[in-house]
Design a protein around this ligand. Structure first.
Ligand SMILES: C[S@@+](CC[C@H](N)C(=O)[O-])C[C@H]1O[C@@H](n2cnc3c(N)ncnc32)[C@H](O)[C@@H]1O
Length: 230
């Protein structure tokens, strides 16, 4: 698949499910997704004057946790799906910041602009992952941190079997019934498999120039939290 094809494919995955995204996210993860974002915010440890960019912010759940738990005041959200960001605005009109419709691979911000970048379950969907992460490096200030949450496959074979049965068998069926969209919840397990086999986040971040890279695996290794500094 070309980058152009992936970009269009991903847009067609998220636009149609924007309204049911939050409900399904919490249902299909049994609410653990809220814990993953809280944990990532705690591990990051935002400073009081943080200037935060939430890339692939979607419906805003990561920003909301950064605001409520991390006490971050200045938040910019970026996503290429207007439909997803409209849910963010509906849900949290009180957030002090701005939303920008753009792609991670070409961000309309100056160099050395933000103290922090967060991205929750977004990197896997970028149509050009190295380019997206290079943009993170460009727009971060020296000493700034990026915090990446992304799905991974569990290493334990027994957990792996259960996870696979759920992720490939049950999840797409429930997702289809509730979102009334056949493709979007088939894309999720497929994209996680592909990401696991093709993308080494730590290696990429090192190649780009990031330092002090910390990795924390969460919930039997199904989610990876990577924190790296410019
Ligand atoms: C799984 S959702 C994650 C939303 C949110 N961060 C969360 O934690 O729930 C992925 C989001 O990434 C966005 N996205 C995918 N590829 C993108 C890209 N190349 N540039 C900007 N946003 C992108 C989608 O529109 C979608 O809103």
């Amino acid at each position: 698949m070309t980058k152009y094809e992936k970009k269009n494919q991903v847009k067609n995955v998220f636009d149609p499910i924007a309204e049911s995204y939050d409900f399904l996210n919490h249902l299909l993860s049994f609410g653990i997704d809220c814990y993953w974002r809280r944990k990532a915010v705690k591990l990051t440890g935002f400073k009081k004057d943080a200037k935060l960019l939430d890339v692939a912010c979607g419906t805003g759940d990561f920003s909301i946790v950064a605001r409520n738990k991390g006490k971050v005041q200045d938040i910019t959200g970026l996503d290429f799906s207007k439909e997803m960001m409209m849910q963010f605005v509906k849900k949290a009109p009180w957030i002090n910041g701005r939303l920008v419709q753009a792609v991670a691979e070409q961000m309309p911000f100056p160099d050395n602009h933000f103290t922090n970048i967060i991205v929750g379950f977004g990197v896997r969907n970028f149509y050009d992952i190295p380019k997206g992460l290079s943009e993170f490096y460009r727009v971060l200030k020296k000493g700034g941190k990026t915090t990446i949450l992304e799905f991974r496959l569990p290493k334990n074979r027994f957990i792996g079997l259960i996870y696979r049965a759920y992720f490939h068998g049950i999840l797409p069926v429930i997702g289809k019934i509730i979102s009334k969209n056949d493709e979007s919840y088939k894309y999720l397990p497929r994209s996680v498999d592909e990401f696991e086999h093709k993308v080494d986040t730590v290696k990429l971040l090192k190649e780009i120039g990031f330092e002090k890279i910390q990795v924390k695996m969460l919930t039997f290794g199904i989610v990876q939290c990577v924190i790296a500094e410019k």
